[in-house]
Design a protein around this ligand. Structure first.
Ligand code: IRO
Length: 310
């Protein structure tokens, strides 16, 4: 076993890195670039039943500390990603399919098609899109989350994962973990999606920086690293039978290592991938390798969840 290799759901990954869904994964050209990159796996853009153009532009903006977006779920429709997944060479690298149906019924239709296709692609069900006007995030409504997971687990018989929003209170970590733990089929949790409904203001123009929702959008990058690490660790502790995929604020190998210490098995890169392109994965692998070697680790598995408290 090499220093960076790991496994999830019985599948081997040459390294823990992949994109955060939404970044560099909307069409075949972008997905092929991820497939050709040093990422150990990759995930498709969250999809809906029908293609969507998404929210009006500008809908993504970077700042020195990260990004704000309100893309509004632009995607090619689930069939496009299912076709991509059916042509993918899984012996080269694993592929995740992200689903974000606008209703329980839509998710069930997509899940039914994915079941029938019987591919090695692993589903990441997005319960936390912050940017569809009029649609609250499912995972901030615990009854809705329970209903969604009951429906999906009845329809689908393979293990899958869920993309979670950040929580900010121990009562919410506890309540969410209790629901998730009642579904053994939910094999992994991806923590976190962007911190929703933030507002970035440009001082000179005295204006918001993105058009949808009067400037409100999800933030990522440096703004979210401590919140991401907290959510990874909170669910790592509360969901011992599940794996955690860390997402949020990864810009260097050091932050990959911090996610692993907090309990992550795989680590996703969003804002920094958007800024730097798929070359980011080679740089992060070099950096995290140097860090692990300096610390004398023989494998990343050895570091997982080993965060010390005072
Ligand atoms: O606006 C988006 O498309 C979007 C989604 I579905 C999400 O899950 N997270 C995000 O920050 N943006």
């Amino acid at each position: 076993m090499s220093l960076l290799s790991t496994s999830l759901l019985g599948t081997q990954f040459t390294n823990p890195l992949l994109n955060a869904s939404g970044v560099w994964c909307r069409d075949k050209v972008e997905l092929d670039a991820l497939n050709a990159s040093q990422a150990g796996s990759f995930v498709t853009k969250s999809c809906t039943l029908e293609p969507r153009t998404g929210n009006p532009e500008p809908r993504y903006f970077s700042t020195p500390m990260g990004s704000i977006n309100s893309m509004g779920l632009p995607n090619e429709g689930y069939q496009y990603y299912l076709d991509y997944a059916s042509q993918h060479d899984y012996s080269h690298k694993p592929l995740f399919l992200s689903l974000a149906g606008l209703s329980v019924a839509d998710n069930l239709k997509m899940i039914e098609a994915i079941s029938k296709a019987n591919l090695p692609a692993v589903v990441e069900l997005n319960l936390s899109c912050p940017n569809v006007p009029g649609k609250p995030q499912i995972a901030y409504d615990f009854d809705a989350m329970q209903t969604m997971l009951e429906a999906v687990t009845q329809q689908y018989d393979k293990p899958f994962g869920v993309k979670m929003p950040p929580y900010f209170d121990f009562a919410h970590f506890d309540a969410a973990a209790k629901i998730l733990n009642s579904f053994p089929q939910v094999a992994f949790l991806t923590c976190i999606n962007s911190i929703g409904n933030a507002l970035v203001i440009d001082t000179e123009s005295e204006s918001v920086v993105i058009k949808p929702k009067n400037g409100f959008g999800g933030i990522g990058g440096d703004y979210v690293l401590p919140t991401a690490l907290a959510n990874v660790n909170a669910f790592y502790q509360r969901c011992p039978d599940k794996r955690i995929i860390g997402c949020g604020g990864v810009k260097t190998g050091e932050q990959v290592f911090q996610h692993i210490l907090a309990g992550a098995t795989l680590v996703q890169v969003g804002t920094e991938l958007h800024e730097e392109g798929p070359g980011v994965f080679a740089r992060l692998l070099t950096e995290v390798t140097a860090l692990l070697e300096r610390k004398g680790y023989k494998s990343i598995e050895e570091a997982r969840g080993k965060l010390r408290t005072l």
